[in-house]
Ligand binder design. Structure first.
Ligand SMILES: [Zn+2]
Length: 210
């Protein structure tokens, strides 16, 4: 269920022995993060059945804060692609189930750290009340930045090559990649174009808060 609509073929595509052997190349705490990702162990509001059910904390309108969504989340993919340019478009490869290797597992640890930093910001109430349907533009940008800062901190710790995060550069990256087919799950809006156009037409203005 977690990986729908992607098929997992344990006969030829996913080699569990190789996955488990690769897990052993990580530190114990890091292997637990990868394992938790495979077994739907993220602390999402939907899995925890929280009183406040959030939308996707990376900005997909109408999508749930749930790992079943993050497996195919356009915004999460865009962030990963920006931070590590050779990120695969295939969710099963990104999750380390296909072609498992230590580096892809380390990236999972970075994503795990980034998501949970964003989740803590949302739960802590410092970005105001979050609607169950969508984030405001301001909330989305704060959550992107917090995700990326935590991702980068983990990447440094794990000696992973990564790109430094800059919000204006990330928004430009999204615009430049908007029509490319390598951004999956196109039913979600990637970004609110009116806000981007305002930002680039008036760079002297702070980004608008929704
Ligand atoms: Zn999403």
């Amino acid at each position: 269920m977690l990986f729908e609509p992607y098929d997992i073929d344990f006969g030829t595509q996913v080699k569990l022995d190789a996955c488990l052997a690769t897990l052993k190349t990580l530190r114990c705490a890091d292997s637990i993060r990868v394992w938790k990702t495979w077994i739907n162990g993220w602390a999402t509001s939907y899995r925890l059945r929280s009183t406040n059910l959030y939308p996707c904390l990376l900005g997909c309108d109408g999508a749930p804060d749930d790992l079943t969504h993050y497996v195919r989340c356009s915004h999460l993919y865009a962030l990963c692609k920006y931070l590590i340019s050779h990120t695969s478009a295939d969710p099963l490869t990104r999750l380390g189930l296909v072609n498992p290797c230590t580096e892809s597992f380390k990236v999972i640890c970075c994503v795990f750290g980034g998501y949970h930093a964003a989740h803590r910001l949302a739960v802590g109430g410092r970005i105001g009340p979050i609607s169950s349907e969508s984030l405001t533009g301001c909330q989305m940008r704060r959550l992107w930045s917090v995700f990326a800062d935590a991702f980068n901190a983990e990447a440094r710790e794990l000696s992973l090559q990564h790109r430094k995060f800059s919000l204006p550069q990330f928004i430009e990256f999204i615009i430049n990649n908007e029509n490319q087919t390598d951004l999956p799950d196109r039913q979600m809006s990637i970004v609110r174009r009116s806000e981007i156009e305002l930002f680039f037409s008036r760079p002297d203005l702070p980004l608008p808060c929704g």
